[in-house]
Unconditional design. Structure first.
Length: 253
């Protein structure tokens, strides 16, 4: 299993185990969804902490290997079907984000209700630097969290947003030292778990009303745009440059 699940004091820890980058695919996202939905039905579990093993929280899809390297479109179609189900989960979720949350990894972090980060954490919406449209529902979730202008800044530049700036933007809800990242995430989870569980779920449902349907609509649009872009020379260049760790040279074709 690439995901471990443990429960303590009403808090479930879901830990991704594909270090160092924790690239995801349909299988890993499906494991997260299935575990979270199982927790929904467990009255002893009131909050989920989503974390990862290794240096980075999640670097999104692996375009250098696996399903995405073989067929971007087919892999994304399968992935997005499972990713949409994350927004049906009824239990509050906190993402403990170390290292980088980049591309789809940022989308996964934004699917959570809260994000706890380190000052050295980097949140990166690097899609334009790879030559294609953003995915994983980020078209909805990122502006929902930080506002349209800040989201446009991140998406159009593809720049890295560090932990301190993320806290100012409210992309991060808490900052902690690397040694205290999970402790801080669990402390926030304990605060939520101490509240009345029926009220917590009801309040959360009200605040997120319509989010799942808007994300599903966005995913369909995002994939349609990505299908177009993945056939372009710019996208091939962006992905190749990323894998070769060099600046891309885009020519608008």
């Amino acid at each position: 299993m690439d995901l471990s699940v443990s429960v303590s004091d009403g808090v479930a820890l879901l830990e991704m185990r594909r270090p160092p980058a924790n690239h995801f695919d349909e299988t890993l996202i499906g494991q997260i969804v299935d575990a979270a939905k199982s927790i929904d039905d467990d009255p002893a579990c009131r909050v989920i902490v989503l974390a990862s093993e290794g240096r980075h929280f999640c670097a999104g899809a692996d375009f250098g290997g696996g399903d995405f390297a073989r067929d971007h479109v087919a892999a994304a179609e399968r992935l997005y079907r499972r990713a949409a189900e994350l927004f049906d989960v009824r239990t509050p979720m906190i993402a403990a984000v170390q290292g980088t949350a980049v591309g789809g990894g940022l989308g996964l972090a934004c699917a959570a209700d809260f994000r706890v980060a380190e000052p050295s954490t980097r949140f990166v919406a690097n899609f334009a630097r790879l030559g294609f449209h953003q995915g994983f529902g980020i078209s909805v979730t990122l502006p929902e969290i930080i506002g349209r202008q800040a989201a446009a800044d991140m998406l159009l530049t593809g720049r890295r947003v560090g932990g301190e700036e993320a806290l100012r933007l409210r992309l991060a809800d808490r900052l902690a030292t690397p040694e205290a990242l999970r402790e801080t995430a669990f402390a926030l989870a304990a605060e939520i778990a101490a509240s009345a569980p029926l009220a917590v779920r009801s309040i959360r449902a009200t605040l997120r009303a319509g989010l799942a349907s808007r994300v599903r609509e966005a995913l369909a649009h995002e994939l349609a745009e990505q299908k177009i872009h993945w056939s372009t020379a710019d996208s091939a260049e962006g992905i190749a440059a990323s894998l070769e760790r060099r600046p891309p040279v885009f020519r608008g074709r």
